[in-house]
Design a protein around this ligand. Structure first.
Ligand SMILES: C[S@@+](CC[C@H](N)C(=O)[O-])C[C@H]1O[C@@H](n2cnc3c(N)ncnc32)[C@H](O)[C@@H]1O
Length: 559
């Protein structure tokens, strides 16, 4: 016994002692190095903090080398964080919080904002480390980072400038201060349509099939809409980005009607935009992680311009895109900008490839039990084709807007397997409006992949109710042994904890801001999903969580 004990002691000393000495020497040397480096400064920076930051930076750097698309995601992420930051700065949130912690209700009153949208911006920034949030008091407070944005010095400059203008000094040639901190919301903003400003929860629904009877034009926007011809003008700025025509695109020149728009807009293409519109038999041979369409979409003029309206969006609850362009995003791209629509459709495909959604969906959910699957808002059939490849007994109907149906068919023609699926009618692209039960075809399984997050509560309930209504009708007429139709929703479930610093939560909150600014939708928590299901007469049966990204889930529903 004694000998065991002494040999254990000896071996732990042999291994443990040198490790402790090694760590001590490293810390000692580093301490010396940093001391030397920063000894000329008054305050000595906290070594451990610097070390940790450096380590994290190196991990990020090498991780992004292994998974290069993460670099792009980070840049996009930062772009949106920056937009949020400029909103809270313009609304002087930091100055208001200097008087003490406040809940979102107080902040919304002080800044004439929508409580819900302001909360979403503050939540995203809190996750990014810009504010504190106290879960018990539900109050936001400044932290060391947000305090850096205290606008007092700017205010002084502004006051000085105004005074000198009034007193007729040399600077009076400027009619107003260059630093505008005006947070006043233009109440005269008029919308030519009947957009439903209420993005809150106040929707009750009978669940009858009449719910979605409105025309799609009324969804998000409607009536006469005058479109801003900004795309054309802003395109000229973008031309400077353009370097050369990519071969896959120029090789399209003898192809159908894709050619015309490609030719007229090819100056827009960035180097590397060789994603979807490919001339080879199999257009999927492009690197799976290609994100050129995503980048093109995010820097597309109509898209970028919407971010300039983020403050108005936070104050009015109307999406920035709608404020800028007078039409909802989907209406605009379907009716007014077929090029943006193509980029969007391609981006959706690239987004799914990036997140490897297909592989996970087919392992998490058994499609074999459902002979006819209807993918509602299924884009260019990305998920549909994948289901067909893995499940030979299934057939798929993709219900989509007119333009996407055209894109889906046209793009599928470039790929042998996909062409075969279309010719053998195992997949059909059906134009239709998911808000109208009459558009929704009969199927055993309905799929809504990243569709519901595009819509505010009232529209989301209309979509879900119209599907649940069709499911109900189908169940009435089906035989006793026949399985009841099901619905699966593939979307994010947001963690309700505001102060969470988990990286994956951050990206879903950034996506939430994109939804708010562009389409007027939102990423939802479990509670918010439950509310939608209840209002649409749907019962949640199962939830399957993705391993990556962990915020995505498949929610299986029945009537
Ligand atoms: C965010 S995309 C999702 C595409 C695909 N499900 C995916 O995850 O890649 C939303 C889709 O809904 C479609 N959509 C929008 N309004 C629609 C409507 N009223 N009826 C049918 N589809 C619609 C859009 O064309 C778009 O392709």
């Amino acid at each position: 016994m004694e000998s065991i004990f002494s040999s254990l002691l000896a071996s732990s000393l042999l291994v443990g002692l040198p490790s402790v000495i090694f760590v001590f020497v490293i810390v000692y040397i580093s301490f010396g190095m940093f001391k030397k480096k920063f000894s000329h400064k008054e305050s000595f920076p906290p070594i451990v903090g610097i070390y940790i930051t450096k380590c994290l930076y190196s991990i990020t750097y090498y991780w992004e080398k292994i998974v290069p698309q993460l670099k792009f995601l980070r840049v996009t992420h930062d772009f949106i964080v920056f937009q949020c930051l400029s909103v809270v700065f313009t609304l002087k949130i930091i100055d208001h919080l200097n008087d003490g912690p406040k809940n979102v209700n107080e902040l919304a009153k002080l800044t004439n904002s929508s409580e819900k949208n302001l909360f979403r911006v503050m939540r995203a920034l809190t996750h990014e480390g810009f504010f504190y949030y106290n879960e018990e008091t539900n109050k936001f407070a400044n932290n060391n980072v947000s305090k850096l944005l205290d606008s007092t010095p700017m205010q002084r400059l502004s006051d000085q400038d105004n005074n000198s203008s009034r007193s007729g000094s040399n600077c009076s040639s400027r009619s107003s201060s260059p630093i505008s901190l005006n947070s006043g919301y233009n109440k005269n903003l008029k919308f030519k349509n009947n957009y439903n400003i209420n993005s809150g929860n106040g929707v009750t629904n009978s669940g009858s099939c009449g719910v979605g009877a409105n025309n799609v034009n009324n969804v998000g926007s409607g009536g006469s809409v005058s479109f801003v011809s900004s795309v054309a003008s802003a395109n000229s700025n973008i031309n400077t980005f353009s370097t050369k025509k990519m071969s896959p695109i120029s090789s399209l020149n003898n192809r159908s009607n894709l050619t015309t728009f490609m030719e007229s807009k090819d100056s827009f293409y960035l180097d590397g935009f060789n994603g979807d519109f490919h001339d080879d038999d199999d257009f999927d041979d492009v690197r799976e992680e290609n994100i050129s369409c995503l980048l093109s979409m995010l820097q597309y003029p109509a898209f970028i311009e919407s971010w300039q309206k983020l403050r108005e969006c936070v104050q009015s609850s109307v999406p920035g895109f709608q404020i800028k362009h007078g039409a909802s995003f989907f209406q605009y791209i379907d009716e007014k900008d077929s090029y943006l629509k193509k980029i969007f459709d391609c981006s959706m495909k690239q987004k799914n490839q990036l997140l490897k959604t297909n592989q996970q969906i087919s392992t998490l959910f058994n499609f074999n039990d459902y002979p006819v699957i209807c993918d509602i808002g299924g884009g260019v059939g990305f998920l549909g084709f994948e289901i067909l490849k893995k499940h030979p007994k299934c057939s798929v109907i993709v219900l989509e807007l007119d333009e996407t149906v055209k894109n889906g068919v046209e793009l599928s023609n470039f790929d042998k397997t996909k062409r075969h699926f279309i010719e053998s009618e195992r997949i059909q692209f059906k134009p239709g409006d998911m808000f109208q039960p009459s558009s929704i075809p009969r199927a055993n399984l309905y799929v809504l992949m990243q569709v519901v997050h595009d819509w505010n509560n009232s529209d989301a309930i209309r979509i879900l109710s119209s599907i649940s209504c069709v499911m109900r009708k189908q169940a009435q007429f089906s035989g006793q042994n026949e399985q009841k139709p099901r619905l699966i929703i593939i979307d994010a479930i947001v963690d309700e904890q505001v102060g969470n610093t988990d990286f994956s939560s951050k990206s879903v909150l950034i996506s939430d801001i994109i939804m708010m600014a562009i389409v007027g939708g939102e990423e939802r928590s479990k509670k918010q999903w439950d509310f939608l299901f209840q209002e649409s007469n749907l019962i949640l049966l199962n939830t399957f969580k993705f391993s990556y990204p962990p915020f995505l889930s498949i929610m299986e529903l029945s009537i």
